[in-house]
Design a binder for this molecule. Structure first.
Ligand code: NAD
Ligand code: UD1
Length: 338
């Protein structure tokens, strides 16, 4: 069964391609290389011992979508493509709405024209804003988002729900990721942020490998176990498997299927620093700094709905997340090549 994977050369998309092939699916990748490098393709080949079919192009290019859908018998689309940097979205809101919202509408309109009515969308825990309850359930209120990136995810969710109301044949799966981290256990694939990393794990990894001097810990006066922010980190291989589970269990069922993909466990910044020090064998230098504006104290998922419906649950803990990230970062300190 062929699956179109938009953004399939990116961080989560590339790991999902590996697991798709392992599960017997054939991914067809569409990526415009905005935030990825062509070098990913040869790393995928080393892991898989086979080529992954890919198109370098944009989800907003309707003609390209039409030709891909004409050429391949695509049964479902996993839609990762989009922009994801919160700070940048505040500076460039129009680019975020154009790519994330309009881009999804163009994709879905072309899917409709081609008679493909199954989409799995990369949503985010960001749609819960500062959550009204913890652990966060799928029924927890959404919409009180705090930045254009978060709003773009919320808007797409609402557009897709309305599409299902208008045409109930659609299978719409909204996967709300918590904090994806980690790398393929081979050390051949991983996260390769361009510029200064915004997120905790890639920043720690770059300190560990000597690319940055020290980590700034954004606040130690939160009402949490040690005063630092607490998040639900999920291994990217578990996240990838969540997409396979969604394909297997709900992608051929009409409806709107919403799942949190998290572990259900919260880890603090200092706990993550300690775990990474264990993984890399030396201390990670850090300094306590001011809080980052817009950050929440803590959040973690209630992942029980995904367990019940998708028969999926996260397998890996912080030890694997840090060890696998370290293997990737120490093998490829400068990430993928062009
Ligand atoms: P990523 O930037 O590594 O991957 C996204 C890929 O999409 C990149 O390869 C990029 O080149 C491509 N792309 C962007 N715009 C495109 C377009 N218009 N046409 C074609 N390709 C395009 O990001 P990721 O971490 O793998 O995230 C994948 C998805 O998951 C995104 O939608 C993101 O918002 C969502 N998400 C990510 C996180 C996270 O922390 N990584 C958390 C929650 C949700
Ligand atoms: C960020 C995004 C969120 C997105 C999520 C997915 C922001 C404000 N939010 O959330 O929209 O869905 O990523 O991955 O960017 N930290 C440090 N020092 C650092 C970096 C982070 O102390 O250099 C702390 C943060 O304060 C937080 C924790 O580490 O407590 C995790 O931060 P991060 O990895 O950026 O993720 P989120 O804040 O959860």
């Amino acid at each position: 069964m062929k699956v179109l994977v938009t953004g399939g050369l990116g961080y989560i998309g590339s790991h999902t391609c590996v697991q798709l092939i392992a599960a017997g699916y054939t991914p067809v990748v569409l990526d415009n290389l905005h935030n990825s490098k062509l070098g990913v393709v040869s790393h995928l080949k080393k892991i898989l011992d086979q080529d992954v079919q890919y198109y370098v192009g944009d989800i907003r290019d309707r003609q390209l979508l039409q030709s891909i859908f004409a050429e391949h018998d695509i049964k479902a689309v996993i839609h990762f493509a989009g922009l994801k940097a919160v700070g940048e979205s505040v500076e460039k809101p129009l680019e975020y709405y154009e790519n994330n919202v309009y881009g999804t509408l163009a994709l879905v309109q072309e899917m409709k024209a081609a008679g493909i009515k199954s989409i799995i969308f990369s949503s985010s825990a960001t749609v819960y804003g500062d959550p009204e309850e913890i652990p966060i359930r799928e029924t927890t209120a959404t919409g009180a988002t705090t930045n254009p990136y978060g709003r773009s995810k919320y808007m797409v969710e609402e557009c897709l729900k309305d599409l299902h109301i208008a045409d109930p044949d659609w299978s719409i799966t909204l996967l709300r990721y918590f904090n994806p981290v980690g790398s393929h256990p081979s050390g051949l694939l991983g996260e390769d942020p361009q510029g200064i990393p915004n997120n905790l794990m890639p920043f720690i990894a770059q300190v560990a490998v000597g690319r940055r001097e020290q980590l700034a810990v954004f606040g130690n006066d939160y009402p949490t176990k040690d005063g630092t922010g607490v998040r639900d980190y999920i291994h990217v291989m578990d996240l990838a498997d969540g997409h396979i589970a969604a394909l297997q269990h709900v992608s051929d069922k009409a409806g709107v299927h919403i799942y949190n993909l998290g572990t259900g466990t919260g880890t603090s910044v200092l706990e993550m620093v300690a775990a990474f020090s264990d993984a890399c064998g030396h201390p990670i230098k850090y300094q306590i700094c001011e809080r980052r504006p817009g950050d929440i104290a803590e959040c973690w998922a209630d992942p029980s709905k995904a367990k019940a419906d998708l028969k999926w649950q996260a397998q890996y803990g912080i030890a694997e997340m840090t060890a696998d990230t370290w293997r990737w970062q120490s093998n490829y300190p400068n990430g993928f090549s062009d």
